[in-house]
Unconditional design. Sequence first.
Length: 510
Amino acid sequence: MQHYDAVVVGAGIGGLCAAGILAKRGKKVAVLEKNHTPGGVANSFRRGRFEFEISLHELCGFGPDDRPFGSARRVLDALGLSHRIDWVRVPEAYRLLTFEGENPIDARLPFGIEAFTDAMERYVPGCRGAVSDAFLLAAEIRAALAALGAARTTEEKAAVLSAHSDFLHIAGMSVEEGLAALGLPPRAADLMKGYWAYLFTDCTELSFLHYLNMFNSYIELGSVIPRNRSLALSLEIADLIRENGSDVFLNAEVMRIGTENGRAASVTIADGTVISADDVICDISPAVVFGSLLPPEVISSADRRKTNARELSGRGFCVYLGLNRSAEALGLTDYSYFIYPDMDTAAQYRAAAAPETNFIQNTVCQNAADPGASPSGTCMLTMTTLFSSDCWGNVSDADYQKEKEAFAAQMIVTFERAVGVSIRPYIEEIEIAAPQTFARFIGSPEGAIYGYRAAEWDSILARKMMDAHFSQLDRLHFCGGFGMNLNGYSSAMGSGMDTANRILNREAKK
Ligand SMILES: Cc1cc2nc3c(=O)[nH]c(=O)nc-3n(C[C@H](O)[C@H](O)[C@H](O)COP(=O)(O)OP(=O)(O)OC[C@H]3O[C@@H](n4cnc5c(N)ncnc54)[C@H](O)[C@@H]3O)c2cc1C
């Protein structure tokens, strides 16, 4: 039996970062990945002359060299990889389009606090003061969350809260309540809710603190994509792990996690190989770990209850299109399109429970950021939506292909109608990923792609206050989109680094 300091189950971006940090600090790590490439959804695939990005629309939390801030930047700097990736900066924040009601929205919002505030003032005269206040509040949230992360005892945490009174004041507010408290006119509030689908909890329930923190990160620091897709990032981290004497095993599905003396101690791979380790880090869903990988008798009732109480966030559906016209020729001048019927997010979240009523989408045109992303005279569009129920789980095998294609067609028509650009005559390649595709590809329950829903009881603040680690079983850790920091690249990467640091700190104390 081989022994490692740590094994990581799943080579998603969170697991790779955890392994990378441990390997750089001299630990011997084995990353075990069931697929034939590392990265999980941080990956790409080819169809014809197009290489499609599977997931990454934009990476936030990666400030430029003159402002090297943000969670992704912190992790990539620690790994020494910030300059090993060829980055492309995303040109603008988003174009927000609604298409129902009397006064539909068509607004283009830029990156940069000043430019964003100016644009808001142009769209909704008189909102400048409230928008500026939102950014001041966001700065306080960032400072308070950093201080809370560093606080070790309950007393220290209480001291942080009393030092940040505005933070405490908004801690229990939803996005709707927070934006209203700032005095934003309803139209301005609607423009600022553009990113809500990235967290996929409606704004009557989504924590204002969490949303504003993410919103500020995008607007203040902008966002990036690797020119060679997120796979370039995954491959760089995998290389770094190997360069530092550790291993990344592909086609290695973990079937069981073994325990010894009340702690996680080994994993068994599909071919029967057993690997023992001091720590087991899971970059996969706790429901899978507690439901099928661990022996039931070692799972505490608290872990069982918490895992059952957590709700899945959106189940993913994507349409990847390769078009035989350039973005310029088609009039696709924007990178990121948020398209919603209207900005009643509670109604839209409910409607996203079924294909026939789900008209939400975020579509990106990669060529608008990187004109050379596909061959000259072509461009790529990726349309993504999420479902708030497991409606695709009820589709029979016989109907699956037909229903998948029908819903993809609905997304394409919605895009054409909202943006006013015809794309159907120019489709050269099309690939569709339904929740079933994601369930199979990354093993996530119901094809959930955004981890757990940021319910109020399970928000980032609640988790930080309670040190809500996901397992009471000694030496078992979680990271990634289902981990402590909730979903998204920078969160998953940050949780990977935090997990590695917790293990390193424990060892240092010993
Ligand atoms: C379509 C889409 C668009 C997105 N857009 C963005 C965006 O623009 N910005 C952003 O920040 N975030 C975005 N996200 C979210 C982001 O991609 C995820 O939060 C993040 O990549 C999750 O990483 P992870 O570490 O949880 O790993 P995952 O990508 O979930 O990978 C888990 C890995 O574990 C492996 N695995 C599972 N079971 C086993 C097993 N038993 N044994 C071995 N290996 C196993 C899987 O094969 C997989 O490789 C998007 C996601 C999707 C799907």
